[in-house]
Design a binder for this molecule. Structure first.
Ligand SMILES: Cc1ncc(COP(=O)(O)O)c(C=O)c1O
Length: 322
C-alpha cells in the first residue's frame, strides 16, 4: 500500500531547561525538542522537507534528488523520507567517495549516490548545473541543498504553533524570543514568517559570517513579501563550520550531564554555548523567557566526536588549542 507524506507535522515536546548560568541571570529557558519527533526524519528536517515532499507528491515525482556532504543531516533525513514515503532518492555529494556512518545509512535507505568532487560541487549554483541531472533523472523532484528556500521556511512556521500550544504547560503566558542554530537560516526564516514581528528570533550562526546566511534569510523574506526584520544573527561558529575544540566539547558534555538534553557539536552545542555567552554578558534582561530550539542532528553526533578525537591525536605534542 502506498504511504503518502502526511500534511500534518509530528509534535515536538516543549520542556523546561535550566543551567546554573541561566538561573544566575534569572533567564528562563524552554527547549522545543525537534530531536524527538521521529527516529529518522528528525530535528528541523521534517519541517524543512514537508512542503518539498508535498510538492513532489503533487507533481507525481518518482523520486527526490538533492545535495549535501558526507555527514549531511539533510541527505540523511531525505533518504529516510524517500524510503518511508515511496520516493526513490538520489544524493549528489561533496568531495571524493568516503565511508561515514551517514553514507552507510544513505546506502541502506537505497539512495543512489554520485560523488561530485569538491570542484564539481562548487558548480552547483551555476546555470545549467541541474540540466544534466534532470536529463538523467527526469521524473525526480529537486530539493534545494539543506531543504532550504521559501518552501523549507514555510514548513518551519509550524514550530510557532507547536510551541504556543504548550506554553501553558510551563506556566508561561508569553515569551521574549527564540534562540536557535542557523546554517542556511531557513528554519529561522520560517519562525520569522510565523511570528510576523511579534517576538524576536536570534540565530546562532553555526557557519562563519561570510557564508551568506543573512542574504539567504533576506531572500526568503523577500520571496514571501515580508520585511527584512525581527531577527539577529550572532556568531557561534567558533573555529569554523563543523570544527570542534576542547572548550566546546567540555561545555557540551557538562550541559548534557546537567540537563539530560542530548547535544551534538555542529549545531546545538554551539548554539547553546553562544546563548550562555550572551546571557552571561547581560544581553537578556532578568526575567526574560526564551525558547531554545533543539534542531536535531544527533545522527552525526558520534562521527563528529570521532573527528574531534582524531584531530586531537594528530596534533603535535605541546600543541595548545588557544
Ligand atoms: C541539526 C541541524 N541544526 C540546524 C541546522 C540549521 O538549519 P538551517 O539551515 O535551517 O539554518 C541544520 C542544517 O540544516 C541542522 O542539520
Amino acid at each position: 500500500m502506498a504511504v503518502v507524506f502526511p500534511a500534518w507535522t509530528p509534535s515536538a515536546p516543549l520542556q523546561p531547561l535550566s543551567f546554573d548560568w541561566s538561573s544566575a541571570a534569572a533567564v528562563e529557558l524552554a527547549v522545543l525538542r525537534l530531536d524527538l519527533i521521529d527516529p529518522l526524519i528528525s530535528g528541523n528536517k521534517w519541517f524543512k522537507l514537508a512542503h518539498h515532499l508535498l510538492s513532489a507528491a503533487a507533481v507525481g515525482a518518482e523520486g527526490l534528488i538533492s545535495l549535501g556532504g558526507a555527514h549531511s543531516n539533510h541527505l540523511h533525513a531525505l533518504a529516510a523520507a524517500g524510503r518511508r514515503f515511496n520516493f526513490a532518492t538520489v544524493g549528489l555529494l561533496r568531495g571524493e567517495p568516503q565511508d561515514t556512518p551517514t553514507i552507510a545509512d544513505l546506502q541502506a535507505c537505497g539512495m543512489q549516490l554520485h560523488w561530485l568532487g569538491y570542484g564539481g560541487y562548487r558548480t552547483r549554483h551555476q546555470p545549467g548545473f541541474w540540466e544534466q541531472w534532470h536529463e538523467r533523472y527526469p521524473d525526480f523532484y529537486p530539493v534545494p541543498e539543506g531543504g532550504g528556500g521559501l518552501p523549507g521556511a514555510q514548513g518551519c512556521a509550524a514550530l510557532l504553533t507547536q510551541a504556543r500550544q504548550q506554553l501553558a504547560s510551563l506556566g508561561w503566558a508569553d515569551y521574549d524570543g527564540w534562540w536557535l542554530a542557523a546554517g542556511t537560516g531557513t528554519t529561522l526564516a520560517g519562525l520569522l514568517l510565523a511570528e510576523a514581528g511579534e517576538h524576536p528570533v536570534y540565530g546562532a550562526l553555526a557557519v562563519p559570517a561570510n557564508h551568506g546566511v543573512q542574504q539567504q534569510v533576506q531572500a526568503i523574506l523577500h520571496a514571501a513579501g515580508r520585511p527584512d526584520s525581527g531577527y539577529q544573527l550572532l556568531d557561534a561558529s567558533r573555529a569554523g563550520f563543523a570544527k570542534a575544540d576542547a572548550e566546546l566539547i567540555d561545555f557540551m558534555r557538562a550541559s548534557e550531564a546537567a540537563s539530560g538534553l542530548p547535544l551534538e557539536p555542529v549545531y546545538s552545542a554551539k548554539a547553546l554555548m553562544a546563548l550562555r555567552r550572551q546571557v552571561e554578558a547581560g544581553y537578556f534582561a532578568r526575567g526574560s523567557r526564551l525558547l531554545f530550539v533543539h534542531t536535531g542532528g544527533l545522527q552525526g553526533r558520534q562521527a563528529a566526536l570521532s573527528r574531534y578525537q582524531q584531530a586531537c591525536s594528530a596534533q603535535p605534542a605541546g600543541y595548545t588549542d588557544s
